[in-house]
Design a protein around this ligand. Structure first.
Ligand SMILES: Cc1cc2nc3c(=O)[nH]c(=O)nc-3n(C[C@H](O)[C@H](O)[C@H](O)COP(=O)(O)OP(=O)(O)OC[C@H]3O[C@@H](n4cnc5c(N)ncnc54)[C@H](O)[C@@H]3O)c2cc1C
Length: 450
């Protein structure tokens, strides 16, 4: 591909990373970001305080030489720590291998790292406080408001990558200007609120550090991921309306009583719970699907701008980073923008659809079925099948989270088939010792044939 100036709109996680995939290949890149420069001043990083970084995201970071530095900011979580209503805990590992871990990382610190490293390339220019207000995609003209100077200006941007997030202004323009543009946004009945379990008096972690904690309560749940420095970011996922809902938590007393009843162990670690609850916003959860993601060779939506998903598989950022890996490969093989963008969408769209569906399914698993004895038995059978049929049976969670070489769409398809095997093998039994392994052989042969 002939080096040519590239404009990236949105310097969040995906935009900052994408800039390096271009810069490494000799393109001059300009990143325009609405927020201030978070490398210099404390700037709200948006959406969630911390995130799970997993193998697909790490693969993309490795491709720009940043995985090791990112991991220095991260804490490994080796499995889920389930908390029941009495405060008893059960640890359920994510996988059987030492490297089958996910990493909890601060969104702000990761974004800062990406912007800092991108800024080290001579051919990357970053412009902050630049809010995209209007675009004329056909003529490659984008109008920004410089929010510091309070002045509008127009940027000439014949080849643009729009990574301006779930509420993308570029996508909004495409919706009204691109013929037959498909767009669907669907909000969950649940919202989320972030809270903090502080570090202990000596800076220690007050609950197990290397775990993703879940308090599953069927129709709602609490979750916690560790931060460097001893604290945990706790997220309540709860319906907006109903008996147990954000609407019902309308006073400090109601919040305290709800938490003490449902999550007594977590509540004991948050002395200022009610204050935090009312100081912090309630966020919405949406799945966004659209097509096409591009207009000829002029503009391409990537990351949340093209596929925002609910956070229950911890894959939104990871899938956006995987978009960047795919972009990098195509930059090495394609010679015109229209073809590159077309191939990129063809490769990524089915996978974005698959992970959107898997993330929705995983909400039910996390808040509800994860606490079932049957679910745990099926997990154990899955691990045993993985040992007995290496390479053939890989638990669905592991395919999505630890196997970047398996595309999301294939992980979903294989996972659905494997679910039939797991349902057959777990029917009418209550422990691993009771599994009929001859039946397992037959089922695995059928599974192979399919
Ligand atoms: C509660 C929650 C938890 C999550 N947990 C995980 C997780 O554990 N793992 C995971 O992989 N993903 C997770 N995600 C998803 C993840 O946050 C997103 O997928 C990721 O942020 C997408 O990155 P992005 O760069 O595409 O968009 P964003 O991070 O939203 O960045 C968009 C950027 O564009 C800028 N921008 C927006 N509008 C304009 C404009 N008009 N002009 C200029 N700039 C603009 C914004 O300021 C921002 O910097 C979670 C999401 C939520 C809500």
């Amino acid at each position: 591909m002939k080096p040519q100036p590239i404009t990236i709109i949105g310097g969040g996680l995906v935009g900052a990373l994408a800039s390096m995939f271009f810069a490494k290949r000799g393109f001059d890149v300009t990143v325009l970001e609405r927020r201030g420069d978070m490398r210099k001043a404390k700037v709200e990083a948006g959406r969630s305080i911390n995130l799970a970084l997993t193998s697909r995201g790490l693969k993309a970071l490795t491709e720009v030489g940043l995985a090791d530095e990112a991991l220095k900011l991260a804490i490994p979580a080796r499995g889920r720590m389930l908390h029941d209503a009495e405060g008893n805990t059960t640890f359920v590992p994510y996988g059987q291998k030492d490297d089958e871990v996910i990493y909890s990382i601060s969104r702000g610190e990761l974004n800062k790292l990406l912007l800092s490293k991108a800024g080290e390339y001579d051919n990357v220019t970053m412009r902050f406080n630049q809010k995209l207000e209007a675009c004329d995609i056909d003529n490659g003209q984008y109008q920004f408001l410089d929010t510091e100077a309070n002045q509008s200006h127009t940027v000439d941007a014949p080849v643009t990558v729009a990574t301006d997030g779930a509420w993308s202004a570029v996508r909004k323009t495409m919706l009204s200007t691109v013929q037959n543009f498909n767009y669907a946004q669907s909000f969950e009945a649940h919202g989320y609120k972030e809270l903090t379990i502080p570090a202990g008096p000596n800076g220690e972690y007050q609950i197990e550090k290397e775990a993703l904690h879940i308090w599953p309560r069927a129709s709602f749940m609490l979750m916690a991921l560790p931060n460097l420095g001893g604290s945990f970011t706790v997220t309540l996922y709860l319906a907006y309306e109903g008996v147990q809902s954000f609407a019902a938590l309308d006073s400090k007393e109601a919040v305290q009583a709800f938490f003490e009843k449902e999550f007594p162990d977590a509540t004991a670690l948050m002395p200022d719970l009610a204050e935090q609850f009312f100081a912090n916003p309630t966020g919405a959860l949406a799945t966004i699907r659209c097509a096409p993601w591009r207009v000829g060779g002029k503009v391409m939506l990537l990351g949340d701008a093209s596929h925002a998903i609910v956070p229950f598989f911890g894959q939104g950022m990871n899938s956006g980073f995987e978009d960047c890996s795919a972009l990098g490969e195509l930059l090495d093989s394609e010679s015109d923008w229209a073809t590159l963008f077309e191939k990129l969408e063809a490769e990524r769209k089915p996978n974005a659809e698959a992970i959107a569906d898997l993330a929705l399914e995983n909400f039910v698993e996390m808040r509800d079925t994860v606490a079932d004895a049957k679910f745990q038995l099926k997990k154990e059978i899955g691990f045993e099948l993985e040992k007995r049929y290496p390479g053939q049976f890989i638990p669905r969670y592991a395919m999505v989270v630890f196997h970047p070489e398996i595309p999301y769409a294939e992980a979903k398809r294989r996972g659905d088939e494997q679910e039939i095997v797991l349902n057959e093998l777990s029917r009418g039994i209550s422990s691993l010792h009771q599994v009929n392994w001859e039946l397992a052989d037959q089922l695995m042969q059928q599974h192979r044939a399919a």
